[in-house]
Design a protein around this ligand. Structure first.
Ligand SMILES: [Cu+2]
Length: 470
């Protein structure tokens, strides 16, 4: 039996042989057939069939673009085009992307690879691709007007350079950028190290996803492109909870998660149950002395952060943006705060005029996750997601890290909900409740009052509604 290692070494030898044979320019003239993806599930890692070996990444709700080896050059074909992206089951958006999806496919290469990327423009306007973070000839940097003419509608341009620096990069248009990125045009790029790198550890599972945001009116499907701050859909790889796949790992796996931010605000990404280290950015791997344990790391605009940890705690652990508005879907952002407001009387009066009238939010908003409110067609509920114990009351940038003892190496299938060992789940106290200590009770404070207490003043706090800019 041929081991995987032998297979890779064999493939490398073959590639090297091909690379040394002279090939004329005409034999490379035909474009590689573009590969189109028609669904939004997480594809299994793309094992390299030729070229140098590496441990491939898994793109959350995404995929890696296959390449064609042409005389030692890795050739890719990206097609910029309008796409229909399923943001969550049953909820579709009309976006712009690459090869059938938004974001575009992940491109994976190895340090030192010569890469040729054909970019065909099927958008209604010109475009370009900027290879964020890469070392490359200036004329390959993809800034329309500055380093190249924009790619006209219907035309194909070629980018070619050597992937000089190992690391995690992004790609996106640098032509009518505001519109094209608001429409979902972006993708990930991973350059694996050629040899063992002292600052890049070998991991068992390597995930990546982009943070992106859309402003899509409930009941519509096309993002508003002028929005600067008030986005209403916060996504991991153009998916919203509960449409984001879990990150499935085997217990004690070393796990890397690469997160790139191409939204217009920062996202503190938070992992439950484990500590991680930030092991690098799009600038490269972090020196060992610059790493410390964290449970949240802020990914600022235009940045990539890669985190690493040992998944040594079994369970279903939340992984989410810590801005609580970013774990909500459209709607609700402009609703006034009604917590603590008693409008039973008002509701009764309005109900006489409007029979279906509902009062929302006076006991908090958790009810809204359970409520079957009529929503406009093609609208994601504001917060939802059925867990083993009820509604998860989340939306947007939220998913789950599933750590399982029995998960086989390389198996990414969802194992279902965690089966908690007996006696390890928070439970209801059914005994007697002690009276809580109050400061106004005798002996209830460490410092005696200097003068008698004044009559109590009750302050009602009501936050202003319509918080633009969160
Ligand atoms: Cu966020």
């Amino acid at each position: 039996m041929v081991s995987r290692r032998d297979f890779f070494l064999g493939a490398t030898a073959i590639t090297a042989a091909v690379a040394t044979s002279a090939v004329s320019r005409t034999s490379m003239a035909a474009l590689p057939e573009p590969v189109i993806q028609d669904q939004a599930g997480t594809m299994p890692p793309l094992q390299p069939q030729d070229g140098r070996p590496y441990n491939p990444v898994v793109t959350l709700n995404g995929w890696t673009l296959p390449w064609r080896m042409n005389a030692g050059v890795k050739e890719f074909h990206l097609v910029a085009e309008p796409v229909v992206r399923e943001l969550a089951p049953g909820y579709k958006a009309h976006l712009w992307g690459y090869n059938g999806q938004s974001p575009g496919p992940t491109i994976e290469v190895v340090e030192g690879d010569r890469v040729r990327i054909y970019v065909t423009n099927k958008l209604p306007e010109h475009t370009s691709i900027h290879w964020h973070g890469q070392r490359l000839p200036n004329g390959m940097d993809g800034v329309a007007g500055l380093t190249q003419p924009a790619i006209p509608v219907g035309k194909t341009f070629v980018y070619e350079f050597v992937a000089r620096r190992p690391g995690t990069f992004m790609y996106h248009p640098h032509a009518d950028e505001m519109v094209q990125m608001a429409m979902g045009m972006m993708g990930f790029w991973v350059t694996h190290p050629k040899h063992h790198h002292p600052l890049i550890s070998e991991v068992d599972r390597d995930f990546c996803f982009l943070l992106n945001a859309y402003d899509i009116e409930p009941g519509t499907a096309t993002p508003k492109i002028m929005t600067m701050l008030d986005f209403n859909l916060w996504t991991f790889n153009s998916r919203i909870f509960p449409g984001i796949d879990p990150l499935v790992v085997r217990k004690d796996d070393r796990v890397r998660v690469r997160v790139g931010n191409l939204t217009m605000t920062n996202h503190p990404i938070h992992l439950h149950g484990h500590e991680f280290e930030v092991t690098g950015s799009d600038g490269g791997p972090a020196p060992l002395a610059a790493r410390w344990p964290e449970v949240t790391t802020d990914v600022a605009v235009g940045q990539m952060r890669q985190i690493e940890f040992i998944a040594d705690e079994e369970g279903d652990w939340a992984l989410h943006c810590h801005k609580s508005h970013h774990t909500m879907n459209a709607m609700g952002h402009d609703a006034p705060t009604l917590v603590g407001v008693d409008h039973r009387d008002l509701a009764r009066k309005i109900a006489k005029l409007v029979p279906d009238y509902m009062v929302m939010g006076e006991r908090g908003m958790a009810d809204m996750a359970e409520m079957q409110m009529p929503l406009p067609e093609n609208t994601a509920p504001m917060m939802t997601g059925k867990g083993p114990f009820g509604s998860v009351e989340m939306g947007g940038m939220f998913t789950v890290l599933k750590v399982r003892k029995e998960q086989a190496p390389g198996d990414y299938h969802d194992p279902g909900w965690f089966k908690h060992p007996q006696g390890t789940v928070a439970y209801e106290w059914r005994g007697e409740l002690a009276k809580p200590a109050r400061s106004d009770q005798v002996g209830g404070q460490s410092m005696p009052l200097q003068r008698p207490a004044e009559p109590e003043v009750e302050v009602h706090v009501r936050k202003p509604g319509g918080h633009a800019g969160h």
